[in-house]
Design a binder for this molecule. Structure first.
Ligand code: SF4
Length: 458
């Protein structure tokens, strides 16, 4: 299963989203709220820039030596009783989780919110094998009830208004109509609690894996992950291979960076730090970690693309992106939306649809400015655009080569500008889609220098 879920052209999905005023209102409210909270939470932290540098350096180092740290992680985890599984791609990962579910005779599977399990399409695969996966994060559960996909990395139901959620609960849970948030969450809690008690398997993602101890850390606010990973008799954690950090003390850096950048919190309400199963007589009898590649080793090869793997999935770049703020997550047609989605999707799932995503950016750089691990998203977008252009129409390629050649010499530039003014019919009307939403202004009859020389500007 591909992470790209839309079969329509990106332009079509984007236009549809732009025409939806309710969606845009909900997006504006939520992204402004998150962005504002983020700013308030980092205010007064004197070493914030230093923290970002440290976060980036840790990730860069770990990614550069990933082979070594993966071996160390597995060896230490096995000593603590973890069972590891290697998955080359999404279908292999789903098969592994399905076989564990079958072995422990699970019928209901409680799931903690995880982008990696969204990436592999785990719910769909488990349903196909007769299991009943239930999302237990409130936002994820809402969109599961609605039969939709997440539209934000940390706030999956960000596109929904309170009124829409109330209608959904009336329809699916049979509650009395209400717009009281406490009543709505109480209704959700009542249903979800029974699932934890009835389930034999809990599935989660992983925020960070620690090589020196074989530990996994999962952070959250609702307590559902704590329940899903401790009540059932088995726990499977699906982890992208890039989630490793070398040392336990590295977690301190990311525990300060991630909650502040994501929801603008000083710390998330829960941090589950798990080293092996059944720690201290509590927790599941089995802990499995599925190490997922699914295209990641390909991204490791080049320095520019390697940095995409440093992402800690905080969602901050989505909240400040002028494109995401207008069209929301679904229009990207990918499990990973927003600026980071626009760079990850074409690398994990190359194709016509995903190759359009790097162009869905104004290159304003707001994403780079907020990224807690300093990923240069605009540089990545340009790199991916260049790849698309290199495979593009020959005439366009020749045109850009000519343009580059002309711009590298003052004499050639002046000659080119003169010719363009003398023969406007040779270039006007040939800018294709570029002029669909922009006006291509005619050139001035005389250049600034010519007018300066003539004393016209004095
Ligand atoms: S790219 Fe940076 S800002 Fe965006 S989700 Fe990843 S870590 Fe957060």
């Amino acid at each position: 299963m591909s992470i790209v879920h839309s079969t329509r052209p990106f332009e079509e999905d984007a236009k549809k989203a732009l025409a939806d005023d309710t969606l845009r209102g909900a997006l504006r409210h939520a992204t402004d709220l998150f962005a504002g909270r983020r700013l308030a939470s980092i205010e007064g932290i004197d070493d914030w820039e230093d923290l970002r540098e440290r976060g980036r350096a840790i990730k860069e180092h770990a990614l550069f030596h990933l082979d070594r740290y993966l071996e160390e992680f597995v060896a230490n985890g096995e000593r603590a009783g973890v069972k590891f599984h290697w998955a080359r791609d999404a279908s292999e990962a789903c098969r592994i989780v399905g076989s564990i579910a079958a072995r422990v005779s699970a019928r209901k599977v409680v799931k903690a919110k995880s982008m990696t399990t969204e990436e592999i399409g785990l719910n769909h695969a488990l349903e196909g094998e007769g299991f009943e996966p239930v999302e237990t994060d409130l936002g994820e559960w809402i969109i599961q009830l609605a039969g939709e996909l997440p539209s934000h990395i940390i706030a999956p139901a960000i596109h929904k208004t309170k009124g829409q959620i109330a209608e959904l609960f009336v329809d699916k849970l049979g509650i009395e109509p209400t717009d009281d948030v406490l009543q709505l969450t109480a209704a959700a809690r009542k249903v979800l609690r029974s699932y934890f008690a009835e389930s034999d398997l809990g599935v989660s993602g992983v925020n960070f894996g620690v090589a020196e101890t074989g530990t996994i850390m999962i952070i959250e606010n609702e307590g559902n992950i704590r329940m899903a990973t401790s009540l059932p008799k088995a726990h499977v954690a699906v982890m992208g291979i890039e989630k490793l950090v070398p040392r336990f003390e590295d977690l301190e850096v990311f525990l300060r960076l991630l909650p502040r950048s994501g929801a603008g919190q000083h710390l998330t309400s829960y941090q589950s730090i798990l080293t092996g199963p059944n720690t201290g007589g509590e927790g599941p009898d089995e802990l499995h970690v599925v190490l997922l590649d699914n295209g990641r080793t390909g991204m490791l090869r080049r320095e520019v693309t390697r940095q995409s793997l440093a992402c800690i999935r905080c969602g901050a770049c989505l909240n400040v992106c002028p494109v995401y703020q207008q069209i929301g997550g679904h229009a990207y047609g990918s499990v990973y939306p927003g600026p980071i989605g626009a760079v990850i999707t074409p690398q994990l799932a190359p194709g016509d649809r995903s190759s359009k995503l790097p162009f869905a950016s104004s290159l304003c750089g707001a994403c780079r400015d907020v990224c807690p691990v300093k990923i240069d998203i605009p540089a990545l977008l340009l790199d991916l655009r260049a790849k698309v252009s290199a495979d593009g129409p020959a005439l366009e390629r020749r045109g850009f080569r000519l343009w580059a050649w002309m711009m590298r010499s003052t004499a050639r530039y002046r000659l080119g500008a003169k010719l363009a003014r003398l023969f406007p019919w040779a270039w006007r009307g040939r800018a294709g889609a570029w002029t669909d939403a922009r006006e291509l202004r005619p050139l001035a009859r005389r250049s600034f220098r010519e007018r300066w020389k003539r004393g016209e500007l004095a």
